[in-house]
Design a protein. Sequence first.
Length: 713
Amino acid sequence: MITISGTLSRITFQNSENHYTVCRVAVPKVADAITVVGHLPGVAQGEQLKLKGTWISHPKYGEQFKAASFEVTLPSTLAGIRKYLSSGIIPGINQDLADKIVDTFGEQTLEIIENDPDQLLDVYGIGKIKQKMIETAWNAHHSVRRVMEMLQGTRIDSAKAAAILKTYGNHALEVLTQDPFRIARDIPGIGFAAVDELARELGTEKEAEKRLKACLICRLLDLEQNGHVFEEKEDLIRACAQRADVSAELFSDALGNLEQDNEVVLEKGRVYLAFLHKAEHGISRRIKALLSMPNPDFRVDEDLIRTQVLSAMAVQLSEEQLDVVVRIMGQKISIITGGPGTGKTTLIKALCVVFKTLRLKVMLAAPTGRAARRLAEVTGQGAKTLHKLLGFNQDTESFEHDFTNPLDLDLLVVDEASMVDTLLMYRLAEALPAGAGLILVGDTFQLPSVGPGNVLSDIIDSAQVAVFPLTRIFRQARKSPIVMHAHSIRNGQMPDIKSGPADQYSQFYFIETSTPARVADTICELCALRIPKAFPQIRETQVLTPMHRGEAGTISLNQRLQAVLNDKPGGIKSHGHTFKTGDKVMHLKNNYEKEVFNGDIGRVIEADDSMGQVLVDYEGRIVPYDLPELDELTLAYAISVHKSQGSEYDAVIIALTTAHFPLLQRNLLYTAMTRGRFLVIIVGSTRAFKTAFDNNRTALRRSGLKNRLKENL
């Protein structure tokens, strides 16, 4: 890190939302003012700044100093104090009044305004109204400086500090001093350890109850991020006692107080965050209520169904599909499952035709925008994301539709239902009208949802809902080695992955490569040269890998693939990435304000470091990202298998090495292979493939939904 000091001579640009600033700083003994970019909340022209950072070269604007942290240095000389006060930084103080204040207090002037502003009443010409105006203006301007000073030297960098200021506004300093642990709860990504360090420096005792409560809540929030709905009480207390270096007995007391405060729910030795308990219990209650209603009595002649479907779709249903159409008519809630090539989507389309004939209002939905668009394309009927369907409001974080304002429909069909987590399923169940039907469609052999819970599998395993498995693979699909290998894996049969293609260009290849470094080399060569040459019709190639770390993980692969696929200069650096025009990027978490969701992939059309902004094109819709929001983006040349759920790509390259051992399991392998439409290439070792195939023990998520559905409550 380089440190420079100087006077802020001009602010060229400043984003009021995230405090990203482009400014000019006059540095002593340097002829021309230098350009500084970075998060500089609360700075004003004329202030003395001490900046730490690095020099960068912008292709358009030349040399710039990128500030990682900063502090405002208030003047200490009488001349400097006069100039500072009369500069207009503090509204209400002109040159004349500045001279009077400095003549009265001398070198103690700024300290008095900061710590004992009532003394300003001793200055001739300052009454109570004027004194209060100066005090308020000073605090408004310097509250940001105080926050930044407090965070200096902690693990909370300037970007996270900007997020704190955005979240709490003028109350940020109050939150930091009175309840710093609130930050770890409210702002994802900051974490307990960083806030705990700050709290301890501020004098929080090691055994303080607020510290113990925060440790418990943060641990449960971490578990939620890993898919769990609850934690066993003993395991939770043991982990937190070790993390905070405090006795388990004290944590037991703190947990009891959290329960009294309605922040957690203790049930049968399990600890739930209150909102997750409400969601899981609510799903069970609502499903039971819907199942208690009379089943629909749709008397549709089987021959009539054949005629309607054939005339409307020009598709011959299999006997298995036709049987499902007939039997599903009498179900309140039903689930359709099946692997690739078994006709799940065709069945949805057929059901839409039949229900339309019955004049029923049918709506289609999916968890992600990408899955909803694909569903609309193949069925010829409009489809929405579940959040859009339920009318999620970003500002109020509420849903338009719930049990007081249910959806206006007769039947809801949800595709890719294995991706629906506990919280979203609760909102969906609450919004269904009592007389409506629900059809969930999904492949339970895929990886579970990114969010907490294992909803689709739990509902199926409860045996309380009608399940219609599709097992027949259609003739066209049987010609695809992708489909046939995937079904072999699904059925526990080791596929012959090394058998050569019947013709020159097959749909499936296994490239034996032993080391992670060589795997990465081969993937770069495939993406840059071999696939474009051999398969010019392929429009989108997606690299999938089980892990983020290592030479064959997403982080390293993205850097290498960016180097060979996008050599444009410049870009914006953020969170370990450099985003450049033309880059393939993925959105990492649901952002309802921007209407982009976890897993959405787009292309960067502009990355302007001088403005601190990235513009991303999501299939024709341009979405801006300011610098603090770039933690919601990552490069997407290579993505994790988990992030690929609900999506399909023309071609898929799967990295598979023994270095991925912790995550090698059968459903991960199956999920990765079923993402490719026309081409799947596995690059790795036979040993890694066999390890994944042999591991059929899915990581068990802690969820209580199955048992709740089975209980007679």
